[in-house]
Design a protein around this ligand. Structure first.
Ligand code: BG6
Length: 511
């Protein structure tokens, strides 16, 4: 299987025939992300010939109602407008609804009959991709029932493999993640499981690997000798939306840091993989996660800050505090913000602090990674005109405006020698003149092609939980550890700023 990381842009993807079966087909994810992604894959001419979509759900819908829903989702949420009516109607005409209950084997028998009839129409066996966009409590039951009716084949027919795409949250802690992995592996092989972390499908995230390993000039300085510290921020201005009940049980550390943020950290920190095959890349990510220094009761207060928002203003609108949100217990101690200083105890990163932060209801939505390089060894320009020489920084902006920016020091024109930082910017929009595809487009296509490079493997998930458990267990055992308040619409509690200041002399990079 060829991986597009390894080939030039002239490569045309070959996508074997498949049918995609979505569980949780009436939910928000399906409507906002999955349907538009499939349509956009079709617009790019990459949807395999005879592709069919099957939605499995509890509602008493029929094919026509589903087709209407698919069409409405695409019209409302596709990144590409206006809609190409021919492509949409072709896509919609191959959509089928299967009404059933997750816990009822007869429903799965009916699903199998429908899938067999699609095979007959196509004239041969095709891959089957089961997308579990349901609440996590249904994952095991669905997988077991697929197995029970013979829908979990492991490539017995060379033209057919069953694959499962599974959404987060993957477990709630190490114990539950291990159990889920163990149970899934009773029915499926690891190669059939595609655990999605949609951050890995974002263009700039993928570009991190290309940037590091396709440019000769950065990798030699990508280590503790030249890098002073790294900041990774996943900031959101949004609150909880309809997910308050889930979030209150989870908190930001489990919701964002365990998965998206640690994945970003892995891509910044991993060693060059032997190849760009899925397991080679994932082996290196696992090594990073294993090298993370655990947080314990001794150091948690100096290394991790947790916060919860109070009322404030976001984009000019007044918003309530967390404790006044609907469905939130007014005594909740769930963190909506966390900032932490972590260390990767290995040869390359010895002593380099990585600062991670994530938060809801912050000043704006922005995800950025910034590498701060060490200062020059000798202050040559220490004159009264030069108050400060800022270290060079390299920033990867993941969203909203995808791009990379290098700050270098330069002399402004004039007779005096002064030093001022300037930026060299690369932005996707202007350099490639094309809009980056949505993360889900890339990931669905990769799964159709059997390429799991951008999906997380069972041991990655478990290592990530092992680290996260060290934090959340400390909080659970030491409830007196402070939960700092911050005003909605701010950049988080001042204690979060102090975390950096005490070591590097200034707070988070202004975003
Ligand atoms: C999800 C989290 O995984 O990612 C949400 O559960 C969060 O809480 C979302 O809002 C952020 O995704 P994005 O792509 O909008 O940054």
């Amino acid at each position: 299987m060829q991986n597009p990381f390894r080939v030039g842009s002239t490569f045309t993807l070959s996508v074997p025939p498949c049918v995609m079966i979505i569980f949780g087909s009436t939910g928000d994810l399906t409507k906002r992300k999955l349907m538009p992604a499939l349509y956009n894959i079709a617009v790019d001419g990459l949807l395999p010939a005879n592709f069919s979509l099957v939605a499995f759900g509890r509602r008493t819908w029929n094919h026509d109602i589903l087709r209407n829903e698919v069409s409405n989702s695409v019209r409302e949420f596709s990144r590409r407008q206006p809609i190409d009516e021919n492509i949409l109607s072709e896509f919609v005409s191959h959509s089928y609804y299967c009404q059933g209950e997750f816990d009822n084997l007869d429903s799965y028998e009916r699903l199998r009959e429908l899938l067999d009839s699609i095979d007959r129409q196509t004239g041969h066996a095709v891959n089957r991709i089961f997308y579990l966009a349901t609440l996590p409590e249904h994952f095991e039951m669905i997988i077991n029932n697929l197995g029970a009716v013979g829908l979990s084949e492991k490539a017995q027919d060379p033209r057919r493999e069953s694959r499962i795409i599974i959404e987060k949250p993957f477990g709630h802690d190490l114990v539950s993640a291990r159990e889920l992995n163990r149970n899934m592996l009773k029915v499926l092989d690891e190669q059939q499981i595609y655990r999605i972390d949609h951050y890995l499908g974002k263009e700039t995230v993928q570009n991190l690997l290309v940037f590091r390993f396709a440019n000769g000039i950065f990798e030699p300085i990508w280590n503790h000798k030249y890098i002073d510290h790294v900041e990774i921020s996943v900031c959101e201005s949004l609150g909880l939306g309809s997910r308050a009940a889930y979030f209150d049980k989870s908190g930001i550390v489990r919701d964002i840091i365990q998965n998206h943020l640690l994945q970003l950290l892995c891509l910044v920190a991993l060693e060059p993989p032997v190849t760009f095959a899925a397991n080679a890349v994932r082996d290196e990510k696992v090594k990073v996660l294993r090298s993370l220094r655990k947080i314990d009761a001794e150091n948690i207060s100096s290394s991790v800050i947790r916060g919860q928002y109070t009322k404030g203003y976001v984009a000019g609108e007044e918003v309530v505090g967390y404790l006044n949100e609907e469905k939130i217990d007014s005594r909740s101690r769930t963190e909506t913000y966390a900032a932490m200083e972590v260390f990767i105890d290995n040869w390359r990163w010895a002593g380099v602090p990585f600062y991670l932060r994530a938060g809801k209801r912050l000043a704006k939505r922005i995800t950025e990674i910034t590498i701060s390089f060490r200062q020059v060894p000798h202050k040559l320009f220490a004159t009264e005109d030069v108050r400060e020489v800022r270290p060079n920084t390299l920033s990867f902006q993941i969203q909203p405006d995808e791009g990379i920016s290098l700050s270098i020091n330069s002399k402004p024109p004039g007779s005096r020698v002064r030093v001022q930082p300037v930026k060299m910017d690369f932005s996707y929009g202007t350099s490639f003149g094309t809009e980056a595809p949505e993360a889900y487009e890339r990931l669905i296509l990769d799964c159709m092609r059997g390429d799991a490079t951008l999906f997380t493997r069972n041991d990655e998930i478990e290592e990530a939980w092992d680290f996260i458990d060290s934090i959340v267990n400390c909080w659970a055992q030491n409830p007196e550890i402070s939960l700092c308040n911050y005003e909605a619409g701010s950049w988080g509690p001042t204690e979060g700023e102090d975390l950096l200041k005490k070591r590097i002399g200034y707070g988070w990079r202004r975003l």
